[in-house]
Design a protein around this ligand. Structure first.
Ligand code: FAD
Length: 310
């Protein structure tokens, strides 16, 4: 049994979720191959060779892979798919864009967002915004799976390196053209990889107050900023900060929720955080149901006080 993990990278470095996906592959058992499809991404392939659990790196280098277009990547994965029992992608925006195309090409059902490997053909996945866990068994010959990164530890780095094998790139699918990317730049850690997240909700009242209140706390703690959907929809924070069912799933060591009520759709994105701190003036707010530490009071008073104490 051989498992293919599809690496997510930007031709310079490997994205963190790839490490968690390798860990999920390890739980399936069998040999693990990691596909790095990129352009001028030799350094990525060399770095990938040090991920614990991986037996071989397959490196496909071609111009059509430069921008991670889903159609191009899916064509490459499909071309080598028959050699594998499982094909695993991180359940990130990128992985979720490619996996269904591969599953459709192979005429198999996709198994989405797994949080546990029960056996080689059986997986658990959260449903109903994380309120229930479905156990899914697949009889498909090739299992196309997306992996919830926060549900698995990251695979470790090893000193020794495995072989990097260059494989031929497929002909470009050429059905889409890369036009441009507008990527928000931030000095802060990436929201999904951060150890600490400071998150704000509708209670912040405005974009100016969101920034003025939460930035000093995030700066002191070297934390990423997050937001509820209500804060994003009200224009207090950009939508790449949204945490929750329709935003990002995070599980940092520490999650500080400021002025967030704790609707189930928000909890779905953060309740696996190791320690949750909630500051809310409403003692009945549902966020206190999942919080390890709760402060009942005004964020405009408590957050500056917290910053002063750190
Ligand atoms: P509110 O619910 O309005 O809560 C604001 C809180 O701030 C209140 O508890 C209030 O007591 C407190 N507060 C106000 N002023 C202060 C103050 N000065 N000091 C202290 N506390 C104060 N939501 C998400 O977050 N992420 C998602 O991904 C998401 N996906 C969704 C998907 C679907 C299909 C649907 C239907 C909804 C989704 N939602 C999501 C929306 C969700 O249901 C809630 O509406 C949203 O999470 C509420 O955001 P909030 O807690 O910031 O706002």
């Amino acid at each position: 049994m051989t498992i293919l993990v599809v690496a997510e990278h930007d031709n310079v470095s490997i994205k963190g979720a790839t490490f968690n996906t390798v860990k999920a592959a390890t739980a399936c058992g069998g040999d693990i191959h990691l596909l790095v499809a990129g352009h001028g991404a030799n350094e990525v392939a060399q770095a990938a060779a040090h991920i614990e659990g991986v037996g071989k790196i397959l490196y496909a280098d071609a111009a059509q892979f430069e921008h991670g277009l889903a159609e191009e990547l899916a064509a490459q994965v499909t071309a080598i798919a028959l050699d594998y029992s499982h094909i695993l992608f991180p359940a990130t925006a990128s992985g979720k864009n490619v996996a269904p195309r591969v599953a459709a090409q192979l005429d198999v059902a996709q198994i989405s967002d797994i949080s546990r490997v029960v056996s080689v053909d059986t997986f658990e996945r959260p449903v109903y915004a994380g309120n229930a866990i479905a156990t899914v068994q697949s009889s498909d010959k090739i299992k196309v799976v997306t992996v919830r990164p926060t549900a698995f530890e990251a695979a470790a780095h090893t000193e020794s390196a495995v072989d990097v094998q260059t494989i031929p790139a497929v002909q470009p699918a050429a059905v889409t053209t890369f036009v441009g990317a507008e990527i928000s730049k931030s000095e802060r850690p990436d929201l999904q990889g951060a150890g600490i997240v400071v998150s704000g909700g509708r209670g912040l009242g405005s974009q100016a107050q969101f920034d003025a209140l939460l930035s000093p706390l995030a700066d002191k703690l070297q934390a990423a900023l997050g937001a509820s959907r209500a804060a994003v929809d009200s224009g207090y924070a950009p939508n790449d900060l949204q945490v929750g069912q329709t935003g990002k799933i995070v599980a940092p060591q520490l999650y500080i929720a400021c002025g967030i009520s704790g609707a189930i759709q928000h909890l779905a994105g953060m309740k696996d955080s190791k320690v949750i701190v909630a500051i809310n003036k409403d003692p009945e707010a549902p966020i206190f149901g999942v919080a390890d530490y709760g402060l009942v009071g005004d964020i405009f008073e408590f957050v500056p006080e917290l910053v002063a104490q750190i």
